[in-house]
Design a protein around this ligand. Structure first.
Ligand code: GAL
Length: 417
C-alpha cells in the first residue's frame, strides 16, 4: 500500500512537472551551425560556407552517409542569421529568400527524408544576437505555430535584446506555445546563461519543467582556453548543476568544436570525454565535409557515446583535484558500471598518476574489469585496493569504463545452451 502511494505521487509529479513532449530522454546529438559558421551570410564570395540551405543540406548528407546518424547524431540545427531582415506581410518570420530559396519547410522535408531532424533558432527579444528579427512576447504563439507548420523538430531560443522580466515571462510562454502546436518540438533555452547560470537568479526546477536543455554559461569558441574555461565553470558549480540534470532536462556546456582549428588531438579527446561524463548534449559544430579520420574517430567513439547516452541520465562530476593539476571525474552508469576520467590540466609532460579505486571511494563490488576507452586496452580482475597507474598527456585525458567482473561471467553463462 505504502509503495502504491509513493508510485502514484511519482506519476503525478512527473506529469505535472516535466515539459510535456517526452523528448530527449538521453542527451540530444547532432550538428549545430554556430561555432564553425557563425553569421557568414556572404554567399557570393563564400557559397560553400555561408548560412544557406546548401550548408544544411550538405551537413544532412554527411550525417546520413558517413555513419553519424547510426551513432545517434540526428539533429541538423540552424542557428542565427537564417531569417530575412523583415517579417512578411502577415507578420511571420521568413527565411532569407536568397540564401534559403526553397524555404525552411522544404529544408525540413529534405532533412526528414534522410531520417534526420531539423532544429531552428529564435530569440526572445526585439532582435536576435546577430540583429535579425527576434520574437517579442506577443509574437510567441505565432512563431511557435510557424515553426510547427514548417515541420521543425527543435528550437534554440536565445535571449539577446530582452530584459530579465521579459525572459521570466517569455520562456515559459514559448514552452507552452510549442506544446500547444501538437508537434513534438524540443526546446533549448539560453535563459540561464543570461542570468549568470546560478541560483537564486536561475530557477533550475522551473527550467526542468519547461525546457529540454539549457545553456548555463558562456559561448564556446575555437580554442582550448574556451573549452577549459567551460570545464572549470562546470566543476566549480557542480553541486548546483549535477542534480538538476536528468532524462529530458540537460545542462548544455555548448557545442563540440572537435574537427576545427583550436584543439590539439589530446584536447579534442578531453572535450569529448568530459562532455560524455557531463551528460552533455553532443552538438558538433564543425565541417563534416572536411573532417579528418582522427577527429571523426573521437566523435564516433562508440563507448564514449554509450557513456554519454546512459539511460539513467545521471550527470557525472569531478571527484578529486590534486595539487598536481590532475582531476578525476566520475559518472555513475546503469547496470553497476561507471566511467572514470583522469584529466590533466598540466602543461609539462605526460604524467604518471597512481591510485586505487578505493582511494577514489569506489569500494563495491570488490573486483572490476576495466576498459580504456580510447586505447581499447582491457584489464580484468582489478581489485578495488590494487594500485594502478595511468599516464595522462598534458591537457589530455584517460577514460576508463568500469564494469563488475561478475557481469561478464553472467553474460558468458547465459550464452551456454
Ligand atoms: C549567442 C549564443 C550563441 C549563438 C549566437 C548567435 O548568444 O549563445 O550560441 O546562438 O548568440 O548570434
Amino acid at each position: 500500500m505504502g509503495m502504491q502511494v509513493v508510485s502514484l505521487t511519482l506519476v503525478l509529479a512527473t506529469c505535472g512537472l516535466s515539459l510535456d513532449n517526452g523528448l530527449m530522454r538521453t542527451p540530444p546529438m547532432g550538428w549545430l551551425a554556430w561555432e564553425r559558421f557563425r553569421c557568414n551570410v556572404d554567399c557570393s564570395t563564400d557559397p560553400e560556407n555561408c548560412i544557406s540551405e546548401r550548408l544544411f543540406m550538405d551537413m544532412a548528407d554527411r550525417l546520413a552517409e558517413d555513419g553519424w546518424k547510426e551513432l545517434g547524431y540526428e539533429y541538423v540545427n540552424i542557428d542565427d542569421c537564417w531569417a530575412a531582415l523583415q517579417r512578411d506581410s502577415q507578420g511571420q518570420l521568413v527565411a532569407d529568400p536568397q540564401r534559403f530559396p526553397s524555404g525552411i519547410k522544404a529544408l525540413a522535408q529534405y532533412v526528414h527524408s534522410k531520417g534526420l531532424k531539423l532544429g531552428i533558432y529564435g530569440d526572445l527579444g526585439t532582435y536576435t544576437c546577430g540583429g535579425y528579427p527576434g520574437t517579442t512576447l506577443d509574437q510567441i504563439e505565432l512563431d511557435a505555430r510557424t515553426f510547427a507548420s514548417w515541420g521543425v523538430d527543435m528550437l534554440k531560443f536565445d535571449g539577446c535584446y530582452s530584459n530579465s522580466s521579459t525572459k521570466a515571462m517569455g520562456y515559459p510562454m514559448m514552452s507552452k506555445a510549442l506544446n500547444a502546436t501538437g508537434r513534438h518540438i524540443a526546446f533549448s533555452c539560453s535563459w540561464p546563461a543570461y542570468e549568470g547560470g546560478l541560483p537564486p537568479e536561475v530557477n533550475y526546477t522551473l527550467l526542468g519543467e519547461i525546457c529540454n536543455l539549457w545553456r548555463n554559461y558562456d559561448d564556446i569558441d575555437d580554442s582550448w582556453e574556451s573549452v577549459r574555461g567551460i570545464i572549470n565553470w562546470y566543476s566549480m558549480h557542480q553541486d548546483v548543476l549535477q542534480r538538476v540534470a536528468g532524462p529530458g532536462r540537460w545542462n548544455d556546456p555548448d557545442m563540440l568544436i572537435i574537427g576545427n582549428f583550436g584543439l590539439s588531438f589530446e584536447q579534442s579527446k578531453s572535450q569529448m570525454a568530459l562532455w560524455a561524463i557531463l551528460a552533455a548534449p553532443l552538438f558538433m559544430s564543425n565541417d563534416l565535409r572536411a573532417i579528418s579520420i582522427q577527429d571523426s574517430a573521437i566523435l564516433q567513439n562508440k563507448l564514449l557515446i554509450r557513456i554519454n547516452q546512459d539511460p539513467l541520465g545521471l550527470q557525472g562530476r569531478m571527484i578529486l583535484k590534486g595539487i598536481d593539476d590532475i582531476e578525476v571525474w566520475m559518472r555513475e552508469l546503469s547496470s553497476s558500471t561507471m566511467a572514470l576520467a583522469f584529466f590533466s590540466q598540466r602543461v609539462d609532460m605526460p604524467y604518471h598518476y597512481t591510485t586505487a579505486l578505493s582511494q577514489l571511494n569506489i569500494t563495491a563490488p570488490d573486483v572490476f574489469s576495466v576498459l580504456d576507452v580510447y586505447s581499447g586496452w582491457v584489464h580484468h580482475d582489478l581489485k578495488v585496493d590494487t594500485k594502478f597507474t595511468v599516464t595522462i598527456n598534458p591537457s589530455g585525458v584517460v577514460v576508463l569504463y568500469l564494469y563488475p567482473e561478475k557481469s561478464l561471467v553472467k553474460t558468458q553463462e547465459k550464452k551456454r545452451p
